[in-house]
Ligand binder design. Structure first.
Ligand SMILES: [Zn+2]
Length: 242
């Protein structure tokens, strides 16, 4: 992706935006690189670079990601970028009832691809919404992963794909970043809020899904964590969710 040569072409405003992004990262996590196809590690040469390179159709003011220089160049030659340049994959993770679908409704374009295990599961059985059939899980998961693998092969016109997964383990989220060049967003609400929503809006087993997520959740500086996110224009205290 953007190497030192490409970087010189950016406007002053863009260089300041990048410096601010690195500074905010350092304030929050210290001089730590989130790592690209390796674990997070101490690094002094952190840079903020485009998630989608300008050369691959991204905008100069598009989303940035902080990595050390070594990881950034490793990322530039990763499979997703080579085979499907400009493809933007976003993993939306978080506990059940955190509003992952609503986040995507707010941010996705109509021609974006959306891979949602719950929706796939519903499409592949007679069960109703949220009546997840655990026995189907391995098959439904493979259907989703096959779609992701297909994206990597290129020869398609998909520009952006959203993947919904609760993904409490950091390894799971790192896998999406490393293999698919994904950006990982974690939508986080307090456990009590998620439990309350599960109680009001989902079948009974969802309360257990919520508890299980919070037991297993591992933080990772490589995630973009959005606390108590809700759609623009919505007041606080909304019990709604999707
Ligand atoms: Zn690094």
């Amino acid at each position: 992706m953007a190497g030192p040569r490409a970087r010189q072409g950016y406007t002053r405003r863009e260089r300041i935006r990048r410096a601010d992004m690195v500074r905010a990262h350092v304030e929050q996590f210290g001089w730590v690189c989130p790592g690209w196809q390796r674990d997070s590690h101490p690094a002094e040469n952190l840079t903020a670079d485009h998630v989608v390179a300008v050369g691959a159709g991204g905008r100069e003011d598009g989303e940035l990601r902080v990595l050390c220089r070594a990881c950034n160049s490793a990322r530039g030659s990763s499979m997703a970028d080579t085979r499907a340049p400009g493809l933007d994959i976003v993993l939306v993770a978080g506990p059940p009832c955190a509003g992952k679908n609503r986040y995507i409704s707010e941010h996705a374009d109509p021609d974006d691809l959306i891979l949602d295990l719950d929706a796939l599961s519903e499409a592949m059985s007679l069960a109703g919404t949220y009546e997840f059939i655990e026995a189907h899980l391995p098959i439904v998961t493979e259907a989703r992963d096959a779609a992701l693998e297909r994206l990597l092969l290129g020869s398609h016109k998909v520009r952006r794909c959203w993947v919904i997964s609760t993904a409490p383990e950091r390894k799971r989220r790192a896998y999406y970043r490393d293999r698919y060049g994904a950006r990982s967003v974690v939508l986080w609400w307090p456990e009590e809020t998620c439990l309350l929503r599960a109680m009001n809006e989902r079948p009974p087993q969802w309360q257990e899904y919520v508890r299980r997520w919070f037991d297993r959740y591992e933080q990772d500086p490589a995630d973009e964590v959005l606390r108590s996110w809700q759609p623009a224009g919505e007041g606080s205290g909304s019990g709604e969710d999707a």
